[in-house]
Design a protein around this ligand. Structure first.
Ligand code: C5P
Length: 350
């Protein structure tokens, strides 16, 4: 299903910026936004209707057709500038307006917001908020993401494979539902975006991740721990680069890192706990074991051998296990899509 959003475009704004932002919004997203553009006359002389259609995949909406499109109840009307001549029609429609600017004019429909930044991510976040229940408003969600890195000496380290994309998707999905999000993340290849409601805590080692979580877990009503924490670290750090000796091997003594999830689960009073399990075999047995052993309220398991369910990709196929025996096998989804479904399951239970 796609949700139509009307974009009233104005020639007084920089064209290249408009094209850039719309191009970003038209990329595949799970919300499935249908970008319908209504450019003004001057813009239509710069880019033809065929050009707009090539960009958005939909025919241009003329100003005469606006009433008809408003009747179809789009999710929102984005205005690059406030058009006094269209104001009565927009007010009457009751459709929320997203207005590029610092403040809203009087009389805009409920749910309308001013957007100081003309930025695809921010427009998307606002649209997703309009389409999503704000059931996490007033709640704090703690998320761990990415790998941890355990240093051997200044140049060598042990780590786990993890892009951190799943954790970032969870953080985004929680913020979209209105949560304050504390994202504790190891060094990640995925970009860690900035968005309102998100507080980032970059860490390197499992110990650092543990310490930040310990300092903040009591603020959270929900904790989603999807970091791929290294299970072992060298028993001591060597401050100078270890020299290799011709013909000789090397013995590295490893010790266990703290198990953050298990430690939280063992607390008498802890946030609603969601764990992750990336498995290569006996997925269900291992997942149910982890669910019980670490006292999770939900456990999300994925079989990393399945194509599309691996580490660096953009998709994931997750099965969610609950202590009451509920098993929910999600289809293959983008990590963003999977994150929305996980948040829905959490929302039902908190
Ligand atoms: O590594 P393992 O498969 O046991 O991870 C399962 C869950 O436990 C994941 O949610 C992971 O983030 C969490 N975990 C943790 N601290 C560790 C190891 C795992 O929080 N040291």
């Amino acid at each position: 299903m796609t949700t139509p959003v009307l974009f009233l475009l104005d020639h007084t704004r920089p064209l290249e910026e408009t094209l850039w932002v719309l191009g970003d919004l038209c990329k595949d997203r799970d919300l499935g936004i249908q970008v319908l553009v209504c450019p003004d006359e001057a813009l239509l002389r710069l880019v033809t209707p065929a050009g707009w259609e090539a960009l958005t995949g939909h025919p241009v909406v003329s100003e005469q057709e606006l009433p008809k499109y408003l009747e179809q109840k789009p999710l929102a009307v984005f205005c690059q500038d406030w058009r006094q001549d269209l104001a009565p029609m927009l007010a009457h429609s009751g459709i929320p307006v997203l207005l590029w600017g610092d403040e809203l004019p009087p009389g805009v429909p409920p749910g309308s917001v001013a957007l100081p930044e003309f930025e695809a991510m921010e427009i998307l976040r606002r649209l997703e908020q309009l389409a999503t229940p704000q059931d996490f408003a007033g709640k704090t969600v703690l998320v761990t993401a990415g790998p941890t890195v355990e240093d051997i000496d200044p140049v060598r380290f042990i780590t786990n494979r993890s892009s951190g994309k799943m954790g970032v998707a969870i953080a985004w999905a929680a913020a979209v539902r209105g949560a304050r999000v504390l994202l504790v993340h190891g060094p990640m290849t995925a970009e860690v975006p900035d968005f309102p409601g998100l507080e980032k805590f970059p860490v390197r080692s499992a110990q650092q991740m543990h310490d930040v979580v310990r300092d903040h877990w009591s603020e959270a009503q929900v904790a989603v721990l999807c970091a791929a924490v290294a299970d072992f670290r060298p028993d001591h750090y060597v401050p100078q680069k270890i020299k290799k000796i011709e013909g000789e091997g090397m013995v590295l003594v490893l010790e266990r890192t703290p198990d953050i999830l298990a430690e939280l689960g063992a607390m008498p009073k802890h946030p609603f706990l969601v764990g992750f399990a990336a498995e290569t075999d006996d997925v269900e047995i291992n997942a149910l074991n982890k669910l019980r052993r670490k006292h999770c309220d939900l456990l999300c398991a994925n079989d990393i051998r399945k194509p599309g369910s691996g580490f660096a990709g953009d998709t994931n196929q997750i099965t969610i296990y609950a202590p009451d025996g509920t098993v929910l096998a999600l289809p293959m989804l983008s990590k963003q899509g999977a994150a929305y479904r996980i948040l829905e399951e959490i929302a039902k239970r908190v």
